[in-house]
Design a protein around this ligand. Sequence first.
Ligand SMILES: *Cc1c(COP(=O)(O)O)cnc(C)c1O
Length: 370
Amino acid sequence: MDVPFLPLGAVNARYADELKAAAARVIDSGWYVLGDELAAFEREFAAYCGVGHAIGVGNGLDALSLILRGYKQLGALTDGDEVIVPGNTFIASFLAISENRLVPVPVEPDATTFNLDPARVEAAIGPRTRAIMAVHLYGQLADMRALDVLARRHGLLLIEDAAQAHGASEGGRKAGAFGHAAAFSFFPTKNLGALGDGGAIVTDDPQLAERVAALRNYGSSEKYRHPHPGLNSRLDEMQAALLRVKLAYLDRDTVWRRHVAARYRDGIRHPYIVLPEVASEERHVWHLFVVRSPFRDALQRHLHANGVQTQIHYPIPPHKQPIYAGLGHVRLPVTERLHGDVLSLPMGPTLDAASVDRVIAACLTFDGAA
Ligand SMILES: *Cc1c(COP(=O)(O)O)cnc(C)c1O
């Protein structure tokens, strides 16, 4: 039996009865968009994050994009403004910026934590910089304390891409509660995953909350009146009901992810496998367990030959994608090195002890050459 990377069927089978009951409730209600399930989930998720407002939307990209669109309409951002973003993030962080006619300014991460390096962020702040988009990559909180100081000193918006970090915290304060606004994804593979697409914006800014709640619904807060140019991106009743079931188990799953990560970090001692560093237990929710190796491709082949599925997050950085050819002059050696040597090991709430042992054993037999 192979060790799968993340068996989603098994993840959801653990609460199949509750999920089916929630689905039946929605089917029987006869109400499928913008109803009581969404309102309840928004209350529960805002409370979980420790913020005043949560607004459910269609996916994580729309959540990011609507934050920026909302701040543009409120006058805090304008066409051509620069948004600092980590160079080594998922493409969605970049797309949300550029589709709003803003300019992504990629900054190098700290290679040990994979997250934005505040000193490099400060060096990248220029006259057109208006916002910092921090990404809590792989589930670990970025250095929000330092980024908050920078944002205040330079009068910038601080936005969190928290798509991978549901429940990560520092001093009891959760991902999503540090910036002016934050975006979450509930894509099925995320730590809090729907059974389809989903996302949410969380914020303590009542003006932004009101605006994005309208923008996700054709720019309307009153039927058939459309004062703002919006779009259609709503978290539907079915996904909201299913997410309410799964939110109750999120912290328990995080405990298990931390246990798996601790076992990996204890067991995988190998000269060619560099383990991830964590600032503190609390800050990391281990969406992914990412190691680095100078022989990454050989390591991946070796693990696959031993029945261990792995993935690469991500093989090509956004600034090297054809759509960002305009950033061709940008040199990001740290980012580019990371994309060549990172490897994600199996990680998830259903990974059992025997599978963890198999992953560790397979890593330890890697000879580096091959
Ligand atoms: C998944 C993800 C997104 C986008 O979420 P979708 O729901 O897939 O649109 C954005 N940013 C990061 C860092 C992600 O991992």
